[in-house]
Design a protein around this ligand. Structure first.
Ligand SMILES: [Zn+2]
Ligand SMILES: [Zn+2]
Length: 273
């Protein structure tokens, strides 16, 4: 079984529609794919309709903050209509719009006049985010390609036009996902300095009901994978993996990293109730 538990569509910041993601998943020979868009389940219905031979796992990647740092929490199998979870998702979504508008304003102050309407048009039905702003910047000629927006000069974390956003406490995120019948997996804890999660922090999250930790991720070195595997084993967490495919926004490709079948079954068995 080939299982990729971390994939994005244009329902958040990926470039491909959910149906196209599922078509590519089949071409990549995947058996199971979790669509894990940022803070939204808006792509799931289209993905389900286009799943074909691929088993679609409903998922989401929740934006959290721990001790002042950004942290991502993958969630699977939850009921998105559970009232508390649905209210929290609405709050995150509303805040993303306010935040994107604030970044567009800051860019204008730096001489990059892209206009909110253009950013909103690029985002379309998707949850608006920095990649949409980056594409508007490239279209305006301010930068040569969208990737160039993600520097300290522009909208990278801490950049001149960056604006912080509302984010969940990860223990609360775990509680919400569990209350909605799902399981939570800490995403890419060792992918980069800005989102580094320490052993101590992972240990604390494990005590609050975390089910797993993402070990097999393209941004995590072999050395960090080995450390995470040992920690996961010590804390009895499931070690998962996924490609973090974002379509043409990044070079990560569906099936580039996978979750072992045994880990997948273990994760399924940890659903509450
Ligand atoms: Zn992430
Ligand atoms: Zn992701």
């Amino acid at each position: 079984m080939r299982i990729d538990l971390h994939v994005h569509s244009n329902a958040s910041d990926g470039t491909d529609p959910p149906a196209e993601v599922m078509r590519r998943a089949a071409l990549a020979g995947l058996d199971v794919v979790a669509l894990t868009d940022h803070d939204t389940v808006a792509g799931l219905a289209e993905a389900r309709a286009a799943a074909g031979p691929v088993t679609l796992l409903p998922g989401m990647e929740l934006s959290c903050r721990l001790d002042g740092r950004s942290l991502h929490m993958l969630a699977y199998y939850f009921d998105p209509d559970q009232p508390e979870l649905a209210a929290e998702l609405a709050r995150i979504r509303d805040d993303r719009v306010l935040r994107a508008r604030a970044m567009v304003d800051k860019l204008a102050g730096l001489g990059v006049d892209i206009g909110w309407e253009q950013v909103a048009a690029i985002a379309g039905e998707a949850v608006v985010g920095r990649p949409h702003i980056a594409r508007a910047m490239a279209a305006s000629g301010a930068i040569a390609s969208p990737r160039e927006a993600f520097t300290r000069d522009w909208i990278a974390d801490g950049g001149r036009a960056y604006v912080d956003r509302y984010a969940l406490d990860p223990a609360r995120a775990i509680g919400l996902v569990r209350a909605a019948g799902g399981v939570a997996v800490l995403a890419h804890p060792r992918a980069g300095r800005d989102t580094w999660v320490t052993d101590e922090q992972i240990t604390r999250l494990a005590a609050t009901g975390l089910a797993g930790v993402e070990v097999f991720h393209p941004d995590q070195s072999d050395a960090e994978r080995a450390r995470l595997l040992a920690l996961a084993s010590a804390l009895s967490l499931v070690a998962t993996g996924g490609s973090d495919d974002h379509g043409s926004l990044t070079d990560y490709r569906l099936g580039g990293e996978t979750t072992p079948a045994e880990a997948y079954r273990d994760l399924l068995s940890r659903r509450p109730g």
